[in-house]
Design a protein around this ligand. Structure first.
Ligand code: ASP
Length: 456
């Protein structure tokens, strides 16, 4: 294990010169911060789009924004990318001429298809890393841009969803031979044929996780624009706090149920080497952030409550279906054939229900019903729409049902009807379905009951 800290800065942390100066000050403050992974510039203002989106728009002849009903032409995207980087260079007082010239040439690439998208999409990170390294140098720091194509960050050929290849780890480990600060662009790698391939969107997190793993870092810092992982959605509960510590398992349960924190695949490698991930706020570096760890002492039962909106509950009744071998498998296969993921399926002797995302039923609910009726011949079938699933999560729930009782009675006390309850087999969380219309109120009650008492 080394004492290095790998610090990854997300798009909003490197969106303009002011933010980049914050990054520099953070990096300078701890000599263990030896690798800095950067995203492409994100949005500086509400009316801006991320540089990566502009680049993908250029690569797809405008289809990228058109599909989202955003009226931005290729010419405007090109202008936005060039203006963004020239503004950053100017404000950081760098001579960006050479770099901007090279960017202009890259934008004229004659690559086609997915290779073109991957190459252009990667340019946001590529040029940002080069500019940031130049800025660090100008401010007297020993720093160098270390580019994936140069040090051999080898990835598979799936150029829009690349996976890291084993030989990449030895190449990454060689970054430790450099005595200064390596500034590495996130989100992309290079194939064995020397072509650029990108990870899935948000993939700079992955770059950071892989580097932390290869260098056996002490910590992987993930700098963003929020104070950490919140207990509940702070847009709904204004006084919600960031969770100080949670385990990889807990964040998985929170994330899969509507928490959007960071690229979950980025955790896998860190978990294998027990490297903690520290989520921190670039705009408030003195706040504690959230530590994600392999293990923690369960001082509290519940760390957070995830929420998933826009769910539907498909309910089936049939005499002794619970004893019919293969009934559940046949039902789930029908969902599979319709390409619909199933979230939970509480089941009993004569009935079963399947929770799905309502959007997946759009345009297919009638055909789905017909397929189920034809194949499984239920006595009764009903679909309940517009549900929210609230999921309290915490390792302290293991073998401790008291919080479930507390949650249900608190909701009962304020007359919030519960459509479904389901305890996860791991016992680390439980799910309560309520109507969308009362979900905010239900979340407030659960937060007051299960989390707030420990504020002291
Ligand atoms: N810039 C890329 C994206 O917007 C990758 C990242 O920021 O992590 O998806």
């Amino acid at each position: 294990m080394s004492d290095w800290i790998i610090s990854k800065f997300g798009g909003s942390s490197v969106a303009n010169a002011g933010q980049i100066e914050k990054v520099r000050a953070i990096v300078e403050q701890d000599a263990r911060r030896r690798v800095v992974v950067v995203s492409a510039p994100g949005k500086s203002g509400a009316d801006e789009h991320k540089v990566t989106d502009h680049l993908i728009n250029i690569a797809t002849a405008g289809a990228h924004f058109r599909q989202q009903h955003i009226a931005v032409t290729v010419a405007r995207s090109r202008e936005a990318v060039i203006n963004k980087f020239s503004a950053i260079a100017k404000e950081l007082e760098l001579d960006g001429n050479e770099l901007l010239q090279s960017l202009r040439l890259d934008l004229e690439t004659d690559l086609t298809g997915d290779r073109r998208i991957a190459f252009l999409a990667s340019r946001g990170e590529h040029y940002n890393a080069r500019l940031i390294a130049a800025y660090f140098q100008r401010r007297g720091m020993e720093a160098q841009a270390q580019l994936p194509e140069n040090f051999g960050f080898l990835v598979s050929n799936a150029c829009l969803d690349a996976k890291v290849l084993a030989p990449a780890y030895d190449n990454i480990a060689r970054l430790s031979e450099y005595s200064g600060i390596s500034v590495v662009p996130g989100y992309y790698g290079v194939t064995e044929n020397g072509e650029i391939a990108v990870f899935s969107r948000g993939g700079s997190d992955l770059t950071g996780g892989e580097i932390a793993y290869a260098l056996e870092a002490e910590t992987y810092e993930n700098w963003t624009d929020v104070n950490g992982v919140y207990e509940v959605d702070p847009r709904i509960i204004a006084d919600a706090r960031a969770i100080p510590r949670l385990t990889f398992k807990e964040i998985r349960l929170l994330s899969s149920k509507g928490f959007n924190v960071f690229h979950l695949d980025a955790m896998l490698k860190c978990r294998n080497r027990k490297i903690p991930i520290h989520i921190r706020n670039t705009n408030a570096p003195s706040t504690d952030g959230t530590m994600i760890l392999n293990e923690r002492v369960p001082e509290e039962d519940i760390v957070g409550i995830a929420r998933l909106d826009n769910m539907s509950y498909i309910y089936l009744e049939k005499d002794v279906l619970g004893e019919e071998i293969g009934f559940t498998a046949s039902l789930l296969r029908i969902f599979q054939e319709f390409g619909i993921s199933t979230y939970h399926y509480p089941t009993d002797k004569d009935d079963i229900a399947v929770l799905v995302n309502q959007d997946d039923l759009l345009g297919s609910i009638n055909d789905l019903r017909r397929a189920i009726e034809k194949e499984l011949k239920p006595d009764f079938m009903d679909v309940i729409y517009n549900l929210s699933i609230l999921t309290p999560v915490g390792i302290g729930l293991k073998n401790n049902t008291y919080p479930i009782i507390q949650a249900l009675s608190a909701l009962g006390n304020v007359h919030i009807p519960i459509v479904m309850i389901d305890q996860s087999p791991s016992q680390l969380c439980f799910h309560i379905a309520v109507s969308n219309a009362v979900a905010d109120a239900a979340l407030k009650v659960l937060h007051e009951t299960l989390i707030k008492p420990r504020y002291g």
